[in-house]
Design a binder for this molecule. Structure first.
Ligand SMILES: [Ca+2]
Length: 480
């Protein structure tokens, strides 16, 4: 073949490959448990996420690898469990423990995709510049409406007047109330403004059809404070909102393990004696639901713009929440920070052009580390080393495809390290001290106790199953 002709052939092949490259719209929400219409919740109003579910796959049993923002996100975005990332707290940058890791967006970037981050994708302030083609964008709009801002300003002024420094993290940061219903337009608050900027970004990207993109958009709701424009509060009748019945810790659970975090009690209107009355609890739930509906509306605008720009058939959409959340179950309010079902199970919806099982749901147990290899497979990227998950593409085509995975989550608590393993039937948790000695085990049987109200690890009749689960946990291995 003559060199000129061979160049033409090469250009044609490259052009075809470029046309086939799928975009990724990667949408994160913060502290959103799977309380959505498409997950069977009767009260919440989530029409847009339900529409996404109708053209995608709902993963009914998807688990984060640690129920805390930054460790969960770093695990998902590197495709590695926390036992490999070694990041269990909010603070470390991922390069501190994994200097040469290739993150999910970085792998796309290295293969010619334009990668962008808007809002909370990595934990704010703990980002990873090599992941993105241009620096991450963050809105300057407030999380609070006028009431919350006034309280924050008052607290800040009184600290200044007394000559004290203004703390930037922890319990003493000047905070407003746990919820607020300002009568504002969506875009006057943080998540609406992030959406507005994401629409601008999408329009820019649509002008370059040969340039595939990985656009990550992260929302801060429904993380406390639950601040959503009043119209989202008005979607709910307070009389319909019920607080959970099991407001007690799981029976026979280790005391150090059966706890949530303290951060909810840092907000200005939360009773400092931690006595959350049913009336206050209902207000909190109302706020949480409103915050979910606000995120839902933001997602709806992203999806509508994708349609308007005729990008839907060329774009994979992944929606995920970074971990689960307790709203009064076990008397954990504003609760994550543990190894239980409610803290580790989170929403995951995937819509991919050409998937055969669009509109269906799967019971397969999947982990958030599975997202990275799934997107690699869907976009035909070359393999990258060290991924610990498994592609869910077979499930996108058949929700009952053969699937043998179990889901692991981790949490350090009380000086011990807990590894939870969710199997089809059980949640099994091992707690080991710094010397690696087993100090406690937990076992919950989901067919009879879906709320995990009683640890049955100590029952003699469970000795056999405990032994079997212990062997399975110890034998855990990365998939590849
Ligand atoms: Ca979070």
């Amino acid at each position: 073949m003559k060199p000129f002709f061979s160049l033409l052939v090469m250009l044609a092949v490259t052009a075809t490959a470029a046309e086939q490259k799928l975009n990724v719209l990667f949408i994160a929400s913060d502290d959103m448990r799977p309380q959505l219409g498409c997950y069977g919740d009767p009260l919440v109003k989530s029409p847009n996420l339900d529409r996404l579910a109708a053209r995608g796959m709902v993963f009914k049993r998807a688990y984060c690898q640690q129920a805390l923002c930054s460790p969960s996100r770093i695990s998902l975005l590197t495709g590695r469990h926390p036992w490999t990332t070694r990041i269990y707290t909010i603070g470390p940058f991922l390069r501190e423990t994994m200097p040469d890791v290739i993150t999910l967006p970085q792998h796309f970037k290295n293969n010619g995709w334009f990668t962008r981050s808007l809002g909370k994708v990595y934990h704010v302030g703990i980002d990873d510049p090599p992941s993105w083609s241009i620096p991450p964008w963050h809105s300057k709009s407030p999380r609070y409406g006028p009431e919350g801002l006034a309280i924050q300003q008052r607290l800040t002024a009184s600290l200044k007047a007394s000559g004290q420094p203004i703390p930037r993290k922890g319990a003493k940061v000047p905070r407003g109330p746990a919820f607020e219903a300002p009568d504002l337009a969506d875009d006057e608050l943080l998540d609406g403004d992030t959406t507005r900027e994401a629409l601008v970004a999408m329009r820019e990207l649509a002008k370059k059809p040969g340039q595939p993109f990985f656009l990550a958009v992260g929302f801060s709701n429904p993380h406390v404070p639950w601040v959503a424009p009043k119209k989202y509060w008005d979607l709910y009748n307070p009389a319909d909102i019920k607080i959970p019945g099991n407001r007690y810790a799981p029976k026979n659970a280790p005391e150090f393990a059966a706890k949530s975090g303290d951060d909810f009690y840092w907000y200005s209107n939360v009773p400092q004696d931690r006595n959350i009355t049913p009336a206050f609890g209902r207000q909190c739930l109302h706020g949480y639901l409103a915050a979910i509906s606000y995120v839902d509306a933001c997602v709806g605008r992203l999806l509508a713009e994708l349609d308007r720009l005729k990008l839907r058939e060329k774009t994979i959409i992944v929606f995920w929440g970074d971990h689960g959340f307790y709203m009064g179950e076990h008397n954990w309010w504003g609760g994550k920070h543990n190894n239980y079902e409610g803290a580790t199970r989170a929403p995951l919806i995937v819509s991919a052009p050409g998937m055969k099982a669009a509109g269906q749901k799967t019971d397969a147990l999947v982990e958030f580390v599975d997202i990275y290899p799934s997107l690699v497979a869907l976009c035909g990227l070359p393999p990258t080393k060290g991924l610990e998950g498994q592609s869910v593409v077979p499930l996108l085509n058949n929700p009952k495809a053969p699937w043998t995975k179990v889901a692991f989550s981790e949490y350090p608590k009380g000086g011990n390290q807990g590894i939870a393993m969710r199997t089809d039937r059980y949640r099994y948790v091992e707690w080991r001290n710094k010397q690696g000695e087993l100090v406690a085990t937990e076992l919950y049987e989901h067919a009879t106790d879906p709320q995990e109200n009683a640890n049955i690890a100590g029952k003699p009749e469970n000795a056999g199953v405990l032994k079997q689960l212990a062997a399975q946990l110890i034998a855990r291995k990365p998939c590849k």
